[in-house]
Design a protein around this ligand. Structure first.
Ligand code: SF4
Length: 58
């Protein structure tokens, strides 16, 4: 996303199953490559992560 991804807005690189279309490719943003998912943030499901992050359900 040229201007950056605003909080709460799904990335345009997500496919219909919410998988990153750039995963494993050199075009994937560095911030995404360096992000380490952690159960303390992500929980055990997408719903739990979204609830903990305080974002509206999409
Ligand atoms: S990993 Fe990065 S590029 Fe891929 S979908 Fe998530 S935010 Fe978008």
């Amino acid at each position: 996303m040229p201007e950056g991804k605003p909080a709460g807005v799904p990335c345009i690189q997500l496919d219909s199953q919410r998988r990153c279309k750039l995963y494993g490719l050199p075009e994937r943003p560095r911030v995404c490559v360096e992000f380490g998912a952690d159960a303390a943030v992500c929980g055990e499901s997408r719903e739990q992560a979204m609830r903990w992050l305080g974002w509206p359900k999409r």
